[in-house]
Design a protein around this ligand. Structure first.
Ligand code: ARG
Length: 468
C-alpha cells in the first residue's frame, strides 16, 4: 500500500508497517461519528475566528470547506481511507484537499483526544434520545396491552411454580415499571453526557485564548468539563450508557423468556403473530419465537459490551491511552441492538393473541387459592402460622385424592378447623382470590385499573412540551 506521509509523521524516519497501520486504524468504526466530528470542528473554528486565533476570513473558508464535507458525507460520496487512520484525520485531510494548506489550521488549539471525546458525547446525546423515544413508544404499547386484557386471570409464579393468580394486566404492568425506570436512567444520564470536553487539548489545556463556553454553547452542551485531564481520560459516560443498555436488555430478555414459555405447546397462553416468528427448514409444523430468542441471546452481547468497557478502562493511567479507541464499537453496537429490540417488541406485542381460557384454567389449578384459605382462618383469629399448617394439611389431603380445595365438602374441611363456614367457597373462587388483593399496587382489578391510569397520566405528561 503506497502511503502518504502520515499527518503526525514529522518525527518519523520510516513508514508505518502495513500491519500496524491496519491494526491501529479505527475509521471503519469511528466514521459512525462523522457528522458529529464535522459539527465539532465547525464550532471549534467559529470560536477560533471569534477569538482572533484565526482571521474571520480563514475561519469562514474553513467552515465552508467543512460544510462541503458534511454534504459529501450525507450524500454517501465521501471517500474514506483506512490509511488515514481515523475519522478525524480523514476529515482534516479532505479539508486540506478542498481548501489547501489553510485546512492545516483547523487543528490549532485542539487534540484528537478532546476531539474524540466531544464526538462521542455528541453522538451519544442523540443516541440516548432515540432510545428514550423508543422506550416511550414501547411503554405505551405495554399499557395498551394491559388495558385490553384487564379481565384475564393468569397464574402468578414464584420459582416458576404456580403461586397465586394475578391479572395478566398486572404482570404486563410490572414490565411497564421496569421500562419506566430504564427510561428515567437514560434521561438522567443526559446531563452527564452533555458536558463539553472540547478545549481540554491533549490533556493539559492550551495556551491559545480559546473560549470553551462558546464551543460548548454552539454544540448544545449544557456545561464545560472543569478539569482537562478528566475531560480526555474519563469514560464513565460510556460505562454508564452501556450499563443502562445492559439493564434494559435484561428486562427485555426476561420478557422474551416469558413469551417463549407462554407460546410453547405446554403453556399455550399466547400465540405470537406469524409476522414475528419463523419456520423450520425441516419440520413443516414449526413456528418458532426467534425474535424473542434473539433478543434474549443478544442480551449476552450487550452485557459483554459493558464488561469489555469496564475491563478496557480499569488499568488505565491518566490521561488518554490508545486503549480507549476500543470504547466505541461496543457503544454503537449496544445502542443499535437495544433500539432494534425495543422497536421490534413495540410492533410485535399489539398483535399478540392471548388465550384467556388457558391462562384462567392454569390459574385455577395447583392450589393457587391456598393462601386465601389460610388468610380466611387468620381473619377469624387463628394465628397465621397455625392457619398455614391447617391449610397445608388440607392441601395434602386434596393432593392424595386429586381434588381441588374448593371441591372438599364443608364437613371435611371442618375436621381440621371448626372456624371454616360455608362462606369459604366464595373466598376460594378464582376472581375473588384476585380481587381480594386490594393493597396498593396489588393485583385486585381496582388496583390494576389505578395502575393503568397512573401510567396513562405519566405518558401524557411526558408528551406535553417540557415533559421528560
Ligand atoms: N482514534 C482515536 C480514538 O478513538 C482518536 C484519538 C487518538 N489520539 C491519539 N493520541 N492517538 O481514541
Amino acid at each position: 500500500m503506497a502511503q502518504d506521509k502520515r499527518m503526525w509523521g514529522g518525527r518519523f524516519t520510516e513508514v508505518t508497517d502495513h500491519q500496524v497501520a491496519d491494526f491501529t486504524a479505527s475509521v471503519e468504526v469511528d466514521r459512525t461519528m462523522a457528522l458529529e466530528d464535522v459539527h465539532g470542528s465547525i464550532a471549534h473554528v467559529v470560536m477560533l475566528g471569534a477569538q482572533g486565533i484565526l482571521t474571520e476570513d480563514e475561519a469562514r473558508r474553513i467552515v465552508q470547506g467543512l460544510r462541503g464535507i458534511e454534504t459529501d458525507i450525507q450524500a454517501g460520496c465521501f471517500r474514506w481511507r483506512n490509511d488515514l487512520e481515523d475519522v478525524h484525520m480523514n476529515i482534516e485531510h479532505a479539508l486540506t484537499d478542498r481548501i489547501g494548506p489553510l485546512g492545516g489550521k483547523l487543528h490549532t488549539a485542539r487534540s484528537r483526544n478532546d476531539q474524540v471525546a466531544t464526538d462521542l458525547r455528541l453522538w451519544l446525546r442523540k443516541a440516548v434520545q432515540e432510545i428514550i423515544h423508543a422506550l416511550q413508544a414501547f411503554r405505551t404499547v405495554l399499557v395498551d396491552l394491559a388495558e385490553t386484557h384487564l379481565d384475564v386471570i393468569m397464574p402468578g409464579y414464584t420459582h416458576l411454580q404456580v403461586a397465586q393468580p394475578v391479572l395478566l394486566a398486572h404482570h404486563i404492568l410490572a414490565y411497564y415499571e421496569m421500562f419506566t425506570r430504564d427510561e428515567a436512567r437514560f434521561g438522567e444520564s443526559l446531563k452527564r453526557i452533555g458536558v463539553s470536553p472540547l478545549g481540554a487539548g491533549a490533556l493539559a489545556g492550551t495556551g491559545f485564548p480559546i473560549d470553551r463556553r462558546k464551543t460548548a454553547a454552539l454544540l448544545g452542551f449544557t456545561a464545560v468539563s472543569r478539569n482537562s485531564m478528566d475531560a480526555v481520560a474519563s469514560r464513565d459516560f460510556t460505562m454508564e450508557f452501556l450499563s443502562h443498555c445492559a439493564i434494559a436488555m435484561v428486562h427485555l430478555s426476561r420478557l422474551s423468556e416469558e413469551l417463549i414459555l407462554w407460546s410453547s405447546q405446554e403453556f399455550g397462553f399466547v400465540t405470537l403473530p406469524d409476522s414475528h416468528t419463523t419456520g423450520s427448514s425441516i419440520m413443516p409444523q414449526k413456528k418458532n419465537p426467534d425474535v424473542c430468542e434473539l433478543v434474549r441471546g443478544k442480551t449476552g452481547g450487550v452485557c459483554g459490551n459493558l464488561m469489555a468497557q469496564l475491563m478496557m478502562m480499569k488499568g488505565l493511567p491518566l490521561a488518554y491511552n490508545r486503549d480507549m479507541q476500543e470504547d466505541k464499537a461496543g457503544v454503537f453496537e449496544a445502542q443499535r441492538t437495544l433500539l432494534n429490540a425495543l422497536q421490534l417488541y413495540a410492533s410485535m406485542l399489539p398483535t399478540l393473541q392471548v388465550h384467556a381460557d388457558r391462562m384462567r384454567e392454569a390459574a385455577g389449578r395447583s392450589y393457587s387459592n391456598a393462601t386465601d384459605l389460610a388468610d380466611y382462618l387468620a381473619r377469624k383469629g387463628t394465628p397465621f402460622r397455625e392457619a398455614h399448617e391447617v391449610t397445608g394439611r388440607l392441601v395434602a389431603l386434596c393432593l392424595k385424592e386429586g381434588l381441588a380445595l374448593e371441591s372438599l365438602t364443608l364437613e371435611r374441611m371442618q375436621t381440621l378447623s371448626s372456624l371454616i363456614d360455608a362462606d369459604i367457597y366464595e373466598h376460594l373462587a378464582l376472581a375473588q382470590v384476585v380481587n381480594a388483593r386490594t393493597s396498593y399496587g396489588g393485583t385486585a382489578r381496582a388496583q390494576v385499573e389505578a395502575q393503568v391510569s397512573r401510567a396513562r397520566q405519566a405518558l401524557k405528561e411526558q408528551r406535553q412540551p417540557g415533559g421528560g
